[in-house]
Design a protein around this ligand. Structure first.
Ligand SMILES: *[C@@H]1O[C@H](CO)[C@@H](O)[C@H](O)[C@H]1NC(C)=O
Ligand SMILES: *[C@@H]1O[C@H](CO)[C@@H](O)[C@H](O)[C@H]1NC(C)=O
Ligand SMILES: *[C@@H]1O[C@H](CO)[C@@H](O)[C@H](O)[C@H]1NC(C)=O
Ligand SMILES: *[C@@H]1O[C@H](CO)[C@@H](O)[C@H](O)[C@H]1NC(C)=O
Ligand SMILES: *[C@@H]1O[C@H](CO)[C@@H](O)[C@H](O)[C@H]1NC(C)=O
Ligand SMILES: *[C@@H]1O[C@H](CO)[C@@H](O)[C@H](O)[C@H]1NC(C)=O
Length: 342
């Protein structure tokens, strides 16, 4: 792992404006045929074998699984739905949109896999499912009830929030009075927000019946000089993972430390899905110029301008988020087996 980036390099890990607009993306469905490297496919086939969809649905019987967070989490939700849906016959499954939720239902199992848009976990002015922008952000560091009301009683909750915080080194926020808006250092704000979330976990989660997971930051590959000295592109055209030790400057060690600290103090069981290091290597796994922007594939002209249009934040499906789901599945499978033995 790299040591803490130096102060002037740190500036770079905040997202450039052009790239930040990617966060407003609608659904991220990647048209794989557009990609001409075979590596992508090999990787996909190897990885998706590992989740046994029928078994997983059996484990989910009469349960709700909910992914909460930003568009990275939406990718993980879509990955999970893709991994299990093919074993369910047509007519026995459905996908509903009830903003800010998306709900996949496996009827015969009375099970649902859901997604809940809350890019900061706490309340913010970006909470509308579609009408939101990363350019203007205002978070309410001590407020979560509007969201958490909808998380009540959910059997398995998976939380994640990172990239929206990182647009600038500071963020407008309130703590207490909504009239008192102040600029907070992002690290300070993130800690306060996570503590608000932790307080809700402590007071509302019933560890007997509910399982909670927290996923660490998903890495970005915005600057290829980080793995290839003397270049000034991004993840576009990358077809192989990074070899050897690598930790990008986009993955803030301060924020990682806060996650460790806040989760470490929790009395309720929250399991960490620490996916950052394993995803760091996958500079080849992003949607690049083959994804959608505002629900439309990029035009040929846009695709020929990867410096402006390549998305090096979100991931292709099938791809890296399937691996995250495999880790989640492994935890749940272990619980299931233990439960059966007792
Ligand atoms: C269906 O699942 C929900 C939980 O998601 C549960 O409350 C309900 O009892 C289940 N229904 C049946 C018929 O088992
Ligand atoms: C989007 O939100 C802004 C501010 O919250 C509001 O002024 C605007 O009318 C909304 N637009 C739509 C299409 O709902
Ligand atoms: C905070 O809000 C003020 C007033 O709208 C704005 O000028 C400033 O740029 C904002 N700060 C950040 C960090 O976005
Ligand atoms: C924000 O806080 C971190 C950690 O305390 C510190 O290293 C950094 O210099 C602060 N940044 C600003 C802009 O004040
Ligand atoms: C991308 O790869 C193709 C084929 O290897 C090459 O012709 C092209 O110059 C590369 N483009 C960039 C921006 O690196
Ligand atoms: C996640 O793993 C990385 C190394 O892979 C480690 O540095 C970091 O501390 C871990 N995060 C937490 C919250 O434990």
């Amino acid at each position: 792992m790299k040591t803490q980036p130096s102060p002037d390099r740190r500036i770079l890990f905040f997202l450039p404006i052009a790239l930040a607009s990617l966060l407003i993306l609608g659904s991220l469905r990647v048209v794989l045929d557009l990609r001409n490297g075979q590596n992508y496919f090999l990787w996909q086939l190897r990885s998706s074998e590992r989740i046994n969809a029928l078994k997983f649905l059996e484990m989910l019987r009469d349960k709700r699984l909910m992914f909460v967070g930003d568009s990275i989490q939406r990718g993980m939700f879509e990955s999970m739905v893709c991994l299990v849906q093919s074993v369910i016959p047509d007519g026995k499954k459905s996908l509903q949109r009830i903003p800010p939720r998306k709900i996949f239902i496996a009827e015969e199992y009375n099970a649902s896999i859901e997604y809940y848009w809350a890019p900061f976990l706490i309340e913010s002015i970006s909470d509308h499912a579609t009408n939101h922008t990363v350019h203007k952000r205002l978070v309410k560091l001590d407020s979560i009830a509007k969201h958490s009301e909808q998380w009540k009683g959910v059997d398995i909750l998976v939380f994640e929030s990172y990239v929206w915080w990182m647009y600038k080194p500071s963020i407008n926020a309130t703590y207490g009075s909504l009239q008192d808006i102040q600029e907070y250092n992002v690290t300070t704000a993130y800690r306060l927000a996570l503590e608000t979330w932790a307080k809700w976990i402590e007071s509302s989660i019933n560890s007997q019946d509910q399982k909670v997971f927290f996923m660490t930051m998903s890495p970005t590959h915005l600057w290829n000089w980080e793995w290839k000295a003397g270049t000034d592109g991004n993840c576009f055209n990358e077809t192989h993972p990074i070899q050897g030790p690598y930790w990008g400057t986009g993955s803030s060690l301060d924020i990682m430390g806060i996650v460790e600290d806040v989760l470490g103090k929790l009395k309720k069981k929250v399991r960490l899905l620490n996916i950052t290091q394993l995803s760091e290597f996958r500079k080849d796994g992003h949607t690049s110029v083959y994804g959608e922007r505002k629900g439309k594939l990029l035009t040929r002209e846009q695709r020929s301008d990867p410096k402006t249009y390549a998305d090096c934040i979100h991931w292709c499906l099938p791809g890296v988020p399937d691996t995250w789901n495999e880790i989640l599945y492994a935890h749940l499978l272990q619980d299931y087996r233990q439960r059966k033995q007792t």
